[in-house]
Each structure stands twice: as C-alpha cells, then as structure tokens.
Design a protein around this ligand. Structure first.
Ligand SMILES: Nc1ncnc2c1ncn2[C@@H]1O[C@H](COP(=O)(O)OP(=O)(O)O)[C@@H](O)[C@H]1O
Ligand SMILES: [Mg+2]
Length: 387
C-alpha cells in the first residue's frame, strides 16, 4: 500500500530516545515560570535586537548578502530600505511584527493568515527568477517548481490546493501536548516540501515556526525571546541535508529531522533564557557596551557616567534630579545634560513627554557595543558577518 504524501502523519519517537528526551526538556521550558526581572523597557530593546539577528539570518540563508555590521551601521545612520536585500530584511521584520500582533493561543493559522504573511515578506521585491519577491503575493503558485539543489519535486500545481489545505489542517489540529512540538518540527519540513508559493517558502516555513511556538505557549511574545532561525543558519548545508533526507517521508527520516530541529530550538531557548537575568544583562551586555562606546569616543565621559548610573539601577531609569549623585548640583545644568542625552537619542522618556528616562540602545551607536557584547557571549553566529 502506498501512503499518500497528502496526509501528514506524526511518527512516534521511541521512549528513551534522544528525541523523546529533547521533547521532555523543551516541555519543561514551555511551562517554566519566567522570573525575569529585567525592566520591560530594557527587555523590549533586547528583543528588538534579537529580531534583527533573526530576520537577517533568515534572509541570509537564502543568499541575501547583507552583513550584520552593514545592517547595524544602516540602522544607526537611519538609511534603511535602500536596496532590495535591505528591503527583504525589513519585510521579515514586518512579518515578525505581524505575527506578534496577531497570534495567541487561540489563533487559527488559516489560509488568510498565511497569505497575509506571504504578502508582507514579498512586498516591493522583484519576482523570481531575479529577486526574492513573488509573481503572486499571498497566492499559491500557478506553475510547477523545483527546489534549488534538491532532488525532491514539489507537488504539481494542479493539486497544490489539496496539499496546502491538508497542511493548514495539520498545523491547526488540536494535537495532544506530547505531539505538539513534533508537529512544529514536521510543519517546517512539510511546508518546504509542498513549496506552496513561487518563492519565499523557506522564509515562510521559519516564520510559521515562530507563529506556532507563540500559539503553543512558548511565551515568545511577552517573556522569553526566541530566535528559531538561528537553528538553521549556524550550518546551512546541514539544514538542507536534513530537509532532503526528510523528503523520503519515512518515519526514521522525519524523526531525524525533528531531532535536528528540536535540539537546535532547545539550545537556542536555553541560551536566550539568560537574558531574563538582570545581573547578566547589566554585567555582560550593557556595561561592556558602554565601555565599548566610551573607548571609541562614541559617547563622552560624562555621558558614560550617566548611562552607567542608569544601567546599574534595578529599574534602569533616571530623573534629572538624580544627577546630584554624579556631582551635578545646579538644576539648570541637570536639565541641560538630560536634554542633550535626549536629543542625541541615547535616552528616551518612558512616557511621551514624561520626565523619567531610560537608556536607548537599539537605534544609535550604542547598538554597536551591544552587538559586540552579544557576540562575546556567543549569541551572534559568524554566519551573519561572512562575506
Ligand atoms: N530538499 C528540500 N526539501 C524541502 N525543502 C527544501 C529542500 N532544500 C531546501 N528547501 C527549502 O527551500 C527553501 C528555498 O525555497 P524558496 O521558495 O526560494 O524560499 P525563500 O525565497 O524564502 O528562500 C529553503 O530555505 C529551504 O527551506
Ligand atoms: Mg527564494
């Protein structure tokens, strides 16, 4: 009997196998209480930076050659969206925002949702074969395709709708808990296998993983930061090899894919969990970033002292009165110092027009130092900077 490749069946891993153990570990992380006390105004900026790594990584897997350093400099100089490859990364960021704004545990990842995501990632890009856009944004492909460097031939376009619908049913099926992570892993491969769009299938597969993890309660939205693409970009050849192996749809190959995927995810979540610790964020990320900036004279000694004061406080905020503690007595001078930092956009008011400020490091030269800290801490793959 031949099993139709229309159905998506989750094979059972052996109890006691590596894969079963990885799933158990991930389940602990899913239900783990997040005790992070990193102030939300700091956490959200770190999250934005991880989003940069994520989107750039996802674009680079498919041959986009913008390096992280170039991208960071463009952010600092506010020169975004100039060429197609930057635009592609920008679109991926918009897609992540769409997912975070439209996904919770009750969301159905239906046709409309997937279609919208595809429109976002391909917006204003040149269609294939010359660019990373689409001839039919948001719609299924209307011709047959081949996957570059792969032997597998995706389903004929005439019967694609059935495959796509089976896929949508699969990712929305109320699986029991022990099958949910396997579903996420298999969904990635199956989406790429079906290749429903004329282009953007890899980007979509990775974005759908992110959406599914949010839906399954991995707290990607509010608590923990997650970067599922870095599972793949640490070794692109391995990623393609594992996908190709799974194309057989044999249980053992699908399970091998799931193990590869879920182990990568587990390592990623564990690594990123450290960013929930205020001391870690202060001592390993922000203080070294400030040192980096003052050493390179991106900030003055006085700015350094103020910012250092801010990040050493538990709440990481400052009011101008507090400059007293840094030896500034005169209140006019206090206001002037604050105004200058604000104009340089290295601090911002917590509330529009408010008088309580916090450090800003996502869109100015402090970003260089933060990226350097993150690199030292092993969060930034070399892959993001290779030419
Ligand atoms: N053997 C394979 N089986 C299934 N999918 C594959 C295979 N090899 C590569 N892929 C997927 O195809 C993607 C490339 O397809 P494409 O539509 O061009 O996506 P994108 O435009 O996002 O790069 C890869 O990122 C990968 O996810
Ligand atoms: Mg492509």
């Amino acid at each position: 009997m031949e099993i139709s490749d229309l159905q998506i069946i989750i094979p059972d891993p052996a109890w006691g196998s590596n894969l079963a153990n990885i799933i158990l570990d991930l389940e602990k992380l899913r239900s783990k209480k997040l005790t992070g006390e990193v102030p939300p105004h700091i956490f959200s900026q770190l999250k934005d930076i991880f989003q940069i790594l994520e989107t750039l990584g996802s674009a680079r897997i498919e041959g986009n050659n913008t390096t992280l350093s170039e991208y960071v400099e463009n952010i600092i100089e506010n020169k975004m969206k100039q060429d197609e490859s930057q635009k592609e990364v920008f679109n991926l960021e918009a897609a992540i925002n769409f997912i975070e704004g439209n996904t919770d545990e009750k969301t159905t990842l239906n046709r409309a949702y997937i279609s919208e995501l595809h429109k976002i990632i391909t917006a204003d890009l040149t269609p294939p074969p010359n660019g990373e856009g689409s001839k039919n944004p948001g719609g299924l492909r209307t011709h047959n395709v081949q996957i570059r460097k792969a032997n597998h031939i995706p389903p004929d376009y005439a019967i694609l709708r059935d495959y796509f619908d089976a896929f949508v049913d699969f990712i929305n099926h109320p699986f029991r808990e022990q099958y949910q992570l396997l579903m996420v892993a298999l969904a990635h491969h199956r989406f790429a296998y079906i290749h429903p769009f004329d282009n953007g299938n890899g980007r979509m597969a990775r974005l759908l993983n992110y959406a599914l993890l949010i839906k399954l309660g991995f707290r990607v939205k509010n608590g923990r930061i997650i970067n599922p693409s870095s599972v793949f970009y640490t070794d692109r050849d391995k990623y393609y090899d594992m996908l190709a192996k799974a194309d057989s749809l044999q249980s053992e190959d699908l399970l091998a894919w799931a193990e590869y995927f879920l182990l990568g995810l587990k390592n990623e979540i564990e690594k990123i969990d450290s960013l929930l610790s205020p001391d870690y964020v202060k001592d390993k990320i922000l203080l070294p970033a400030l040192m980096f900036a003052v050493d390179r004279k991106n900030i003055t000694d006085q700015e350094f002292r103020v910012l250092k004061y801010v990040v050493q406080k538990n709440d990481m905020i400052i009011k101008s009165e507090e400059l007293e503690q840094l030896g500034v007595k005169n209140s006019v001078q206090k206001s002037r110092i604050i105004a200058k930092l604000r104009d340089k956009k290295i601090i911002h008011a917590l509330k529009e027009g408010g008088r309580i400020y916090t450090i800003t490091f996502v869109n100015n030269y402090l970003l260089r130092g933060v990226i350097s800290s993150l690199t030292d801490e092993g969060f930034v793959s070399d892959f993001l900077n290779k030419n």
